[in-house]
Design a protein around this ligand. Structure first.
Ligand code: NAD
Length: 351
């Protein structure tokens, strides 16, 4: 059985999707659509993709295939998801599900109507270090989690749209915080009842990318239904390399998950070198290059799971409803930044 996949977008995450699909026997990429022809053609060549390049994503959607990978700016998730679902395709949709809950809810309802599955791409949930920590938590290794901390720090995104409110729907919170929130909900296996959040813009001038209109730093607290209090810290103004860390504190122990700075390689270089890890602002001085980066961060494992779900007609843990739940938490956090108060999370009602 061959699962046919089309890819929309040819930027950073599209390359991880192409790599992931190229590792899975029985998956065929039938084409790439992107506004940027050069990068799309480079992916087609690099991953030996059989299908052609399409400028207009509607032309890709009219091809026969099982699923579409949506690797686009957040503002396009809603429009393109609805279009793909209406053409009877499953969707692999990158985080965040959409810019806000209203858009996300329409995507989830459209999938229900089309009887298609939303595969919500939260790669950390499929990353080996995160998976191992989950096994330990579920096995009772650290008892009841009563406190925790999630953080993602780097020097800032690589494309101008991330910095614009209308295109991204928010900044470091919806871009980075959404990973931590998803993983913390997964680890605690509880819902978040209330939240508090504060944000700031530390570096408004982003050079070639223009003004940063959205928060480039966010700090928040998640109050879980079981009483656990968990903080998150998200930053786009941290020079050096990508830093992803989750700390879980339980009544019987603690776990620290840190795939970005606990790599087997620690390098000090006065000259610098080509590439260390995504968003590393320099390769001079101390760096933590990540071998097999895509695998370390779970992209091929995520896609393998999604493909298995299609073949076996299963729903993944990270489905559209999960993506929407995490978006509802993010939305309540944005509300808290405006009100200055703790806010209750309202989860949209879905069948
Ligand atoms: N899981 C992760 O860790 C992770 C990491 C990075 C990005 N993402 C998510 O992936 C999505 C894409 O981010 P990115 O970093 O790849 O962005 P990017 O800027 O690198 O790439 C965006 C791509 O979209 C294409 N595009 C824009 N408008 C288009 C249109 N109308 N039709 C066809 N193509 C169009 C551009 O040409 C470009 O190739 C975002 O939602 C982002 O949040 C997830």
């Amino acid at each position: 059985m061959v699962i046919k996949v089309g890819i929309i977008g040819s930027g950073f995450i599209a390359e991880h999707h192409c790599f992931a699909f190229s590792q899975i026997p029985g998956v065929k990429i039938i084409g790439i659509s992107s506004l940027d022809q050069d990068s799309a053609l480079k992916l087609i060549e690099k991953f030996n993709i059989a299908g052609p390049y399409f400028k207009d994503y509607h032309d890709l959607l009219s091809q026969v295939c099982d699923a579409i990978s949506i690797c686009l700016p957040n503002s396009l998730h809603h429009e393109v998801s609805l279009a793909a679902l209406s053409q009877g395709k499953h969707i692999f949709i990158e985080k965040p599900l959409a810019r806000n809950v209203a858009e996300g809810l329409e995507i989830v309802k459209a999938a229900q109507k089309a009887k298609k599955t939303i595969f919500y791409c939260e790669n950390n949930i499929y990353a080996p270090s995160f998976v191992k920590a989950k096994e330990l938590v579920d096995g009772g290794a650290i008892g009841k989690i009563y406190m925790g901390r999630g953080r993602e720090h780097h020097s800032g995104p690589h494309s101008a749209w991330f910095y614009k409110q209308k295109l991204a729907g928010g900044g470091a919170l919806i871009d980075l915080g959404i990973h931590d929130i998803a993983c913390l909900v997964w680890y605690l296996n509880e819902d978040v009842e209330k939240v508090f959040c504060q944000t700031s813009i530390v570096s408004p001038d982003r050079g070639e990318f223009g003004q940063c209109e959205v928060e480039d730093n966010a700090m928040g607290i998640l109050y879980f239904e079981n009483g656990a209090q968990v903080s998150i810290e998200e930053s786009w103004t941290a020079p050096s390399s990508f830093d992803v860390k989750i700390e879980l504190y339980g009544t019987k122990g603690q776990i620290i998950v840190n795939p970005s700075h606990m790599a087997p390689l620690e390098v000090f270089s006065e000259n610098g070198f080509g590439y260390a890890v995504e968003k590393a602002s320099t390769t001079k001085g101390w760096t933590f290059p990540i071998p097999a980066e895509s695998w370390t961060f779970g992209y091929p494992q995520e896609m393998q799971h999604f493909i298995n779900c299609i073949v076996e007609e299963r729903i993944p843990y990270t489905d559209g409803k999960f993506g929407l739940k995490i978006l509802a938490i993010v939305e309540a956090m944005y509300k808290s930044t405006q009100s200055g108060k703790i806010e209750v999370v309202f989860y949209p009602k879905i069948e």
